[in-house]
Structure formats: structure tokens, C-alpha cells
Write a protein that binds this ligand. Sequence first.
Ligand code: PLP
Length: 479
Amino acid sequence: MSGLPSVGRSAEDVLRDLEQRKARDTDSTASRLWSLVYYHSPQVLEVAQRAYALYISENALNPLAFPSLRQMENEIVGIVKALLHAPPQAAGTMTTGGTESIFLALKAARDYAFFHKPHIAHPEVIAPLSAHPAFDKAAHYLGLKLIHTPLDPSGKADVRAMEAAISESTILLVGSAPAYPHGVIDPISEIADLAQKYGLLCHVDACVGGLILPFLEKSGIAFPPYDFRVEGVTSISADLHKYGYTPKGASVVLYRQRELRRHQFFIYGSWPGGIYASASFSGTRSAGAIAAAWAVLQFLGESGYIEAAKAAWQATQAIRTAIKEIPELYIVGEPNATILALAAHPPLDIYRIGDGLAQRGWFLDRQQHPASLHLTVTAGHNRVVKRFLEDLRAVVSEEKHRSTQRKWRRQAGKALLRTGLAILPERWVRNMARLITRTAQAQEPPRRTAALYGMMAALPTQGSLEKIVEDFLDKALEN
Ligand SMILES: Cc1ncc(COP(=O)(O)O)c(C=O)c1O
């Protein structure tokens, strides 16, 4: 790692260095990652890069200094409002990502409750188990209690369990459209009805679905209602930097009522530096992310997004059809969008299949409960899906072979033990048995591989997993 040079280096030298460093990373434009990157095409990337570069120095903190940014933000929020059928009185803001949008929706709900339900001392939020950890994070920061409720066998929120969890202190119910782990859309109408019945707010996390479900619908695919068409929905988060194919740092949070949005603002009037006001969490904000988001929305237009949604859908269907023909694999739950979770029937180990795919250059995050591999299918994947499925079939067949070999080895070990019991001294047999048990345990990869969201890491599970991950993050962020 290089420190600060005492004298600056030439631009060529620095950029060459950067290119060399980047060459060691996964190529984000090859559609070999099944999470983290939403890649559309070189054309979209170029428009985004040029727009970003044009606004590289501006700051979106103060809407008065750069009116063009304020205008772009208003237009972007307007576009997302229309896509999600927001009523005329709805209002929203741009944020830097799903986590910030969710944070603000929870902050608005908390402060709304402080104002309208002052008897609630310790506000509670109810979210299905599949809800994104951004809710846990926001609840942690905001001093809210987050209650997780179970899923039904299809992977959807169990609405009866949500109702049972409602208490005097509940302020908000959450549903996802779809949830990230298994791509299942929660029964938003039922959750929103429940919210209305008990006089609660209802947030829909459409971070991942908000910029694809509307276009799939426009192309003729029907979904259970998930947006402001559902009366009891009071806020929605929708990320542009996911299926909007815009650079990272762009999301929108929308509220059915303008009044609710006011509760996300922060204003401090006594600072010697002036009256400080910010609509979202961040202070200084990247103007590049806003300009690039606006540019990509304009470049693709409705027809471009419909094409992109159809391409992702096509690739998803190709994977689903192929999985039906591989008896060792199955799709978790009943996904209804473009996200899938792939699991294996025992004795096959899905994490080993993930390792085999990684050796062939495909990177799929590992998930848990149940053990599965995650696939967020994007437009870019439609170009590579055939190749991916060929590799998947090959890896499954290799794994089947290896798993048979392992079974033989275990059986041979047991036979040896039985023979040994009959003819060898007892102490020798005991030692041998111990050795075989140890070897068999060492061959159990699920015990050695942990699911780690957003990362692909193999970690031992002894001790507290959270502590190990905490240490891992601490070491990874060296300075
Ligand atoms: C459903 C859902 N909500 C929230 C988030 C968090 O978004 P971000 O990573 O942009 O903060 C994600 C990210 O994948 C998501 O899939």
C-alpha cells in the first residue's frame, strides 16, 4: 500500500497504477457477478460516465447554489412518483441509496409518531424476516425496536404473524417488493390493510423492484399490487442505482403525504455558520450521481427500460426452466420477480456448487436459512445466461461425482472399522474410529463456510459469527 507521495506523481503514472489495481478486481461489465452490480450495456455506461464527469465538482447540499441539480432531482423524483402511482399530494427526495431511503422512512415514521402519538415511549416497527438489514441498521441508529416476523412456506411475509406482533407501541409495518434474499413480493395489500386497521404507517421497500416491476407490468406481466395503488401504503423506497442502471449513490424515498416527508428533514438554526438545513441524511452530496441518474433515465426512456426489464425477465425464466431439469437443485420459495435463490437437495452442497462456479468465473453470494446462492438477474445477464447454465450443469455433475466418492470413502471407512472390530486390538480400533470421525467432519463444508451478505467469504463458525465478521470488517478497513 502506498502512502502520500512527498511529491505528486504524473497523471499517467497514477492512472496506470489505478488500472493495474482494478485489473485484479472482478470485471463489473462482464455480467459474471450475480449481485452488487446492475450492468446494462457499454452505451448506458458511457452516458453515465459523461454526465457524472460534467458534475464531478458540484455539491448538491445547497439547492440554491446549483439550480440545475435541484431541477434534475425534482424531475427524477417526479419520474419515480409516476412509476409508482403516487397521488398528486405525494412528495419525496433523492438519497444516496436504499439504506438512506429506508433510514429516512423510519426516521419520518418515528418523528411522526412522536408528534401524533406522544404516549408511545418506545416505538416498534414490524418487518418480515426477509426485510433488508437496512431496517435493522436504521432501527439501531434511531433507537427503534424492530420486530421480525416469520415467512410463510412460499417466502412471503406471514401477515397473521405480523398482526399478532402489533402492540400499543407499533408505529410502522414493512413489506418488500420484492425482498432481496429470495425475490418474493410480500402481500403488500394485506400488510397495508392491517396498517389501516390499526392506524399505522406502512412502508414498502421497493429498493430492488421499484425500477423494474413497473416496466415488467407495462410489458404485460402482472404482479400483486405493491405501490401507492394500495391505499394503506404510506411510503416507498426505490433505488435508481439498481434496476435503474444508474451509477451508485442514487435512490428515492416517497411519501403519500407531504406532511410525512417533513419529519425526515433536519434543521438547525443556531449554528454560527448559518442556518443549516438538510432534506436527507447526508450533508455534502455527490452531484455526479444525480446528473448521471437523470442522464440514464433520459437516455433509456420508457421503451429502453421496458426492453431492459424484458431482457432480465427472459434470463430469469431461462434459469428457472433449466433448474426444473436439474433434479439436484431447486429454487427457494416462490419468487415472482427477477431475483432467485438456488439451493441443492442433500447430499449435494450448494456452497460447493458456488465454489465450482467461482472457479469458472461466476460470483454468487452465499445465503443462509436455507443455504442458497443468490442471483439478481439483470439485463446484462441475458447475454451470458446460456453460458452460465452450461457451467452450472457441469459443476452440478462434477459435484454429484465427488459426493458419490465421499460417500464411498465414508462407507469404506465404516467397513474397515467393522472388520477391525472383529480382528484387531480394541485400542487400535478406537484410535482409527476417532481419525475417521475427524476426517468426515473436516469434509463438511457447510460448517466451514458462512453466508456473508455482499461478500464471498469462507469463515469458521466457531464462536460468535457476528464477532468474527466484526473483526473481519475491522481488519479489512485498515485505516
Ligand atoms: C430490497 C432491498 N432493500 C434495501 C437495500 C439496500 O440498498 P443499498 O445497498 O443501496 O443501501 C437493498 C440492497 O440490495 C435491497 O435489495
